[in-house]
Write a protein of this length. Structure first.
Length: 113
């Protein structure tokens, strides 16, 4: 019995610590949440990005990923839970949504300094 407790104890002690920081986790999630990173359409810092230019009925048009770095959390969460105008639905957990929002806020704060 003592042997089993001795083996389990390190896992219990380390369970609350992580080998990566919240920023590292958030950054990696932003770059690849489910195969297609947010940065591909919304830019490295959530500033928005040109995805494609095309001509429709002889009129040049742009398809852009909108800026998401100034969106309120409730709007951000809502947008991630619906498919709309080219935005894929990722089926993210609440923890993942909060991490993505955290990333955008931290990048914004870093840029303002």
């Amino acid at each position: 019995m003592r042997f089993i407790i001795f083996l389990i104890l390190p896992f219990l002690v380390c369970a609350k610590t992580s080998f990566i920081t919240q920023m590292e986790y958030s950054s990696q999630l932003y770059k690849n949440p489910r195969g297609i990173g947010c940065d591909n359409c919304h830019g490295e810092k959530g500033e928005g990005k040109l995805i494609a230019s095309y001509i429709h009925k002889e009129i040049k048009k742009d398809f852009r990923g909108p800026a998401i770095n100034s969106v309120k959390y409730d709007d951000f969460e809502r947008a991630l839970n619906i498919s709309k105008r080219g935005m894929p639905r990722y089926y993210l957990t609440q923890t993942e949504i909060k991490a993505l929002f955290f990333y955008l806020q931290e990048i914004k704060i870093k840029d303002e300094k």
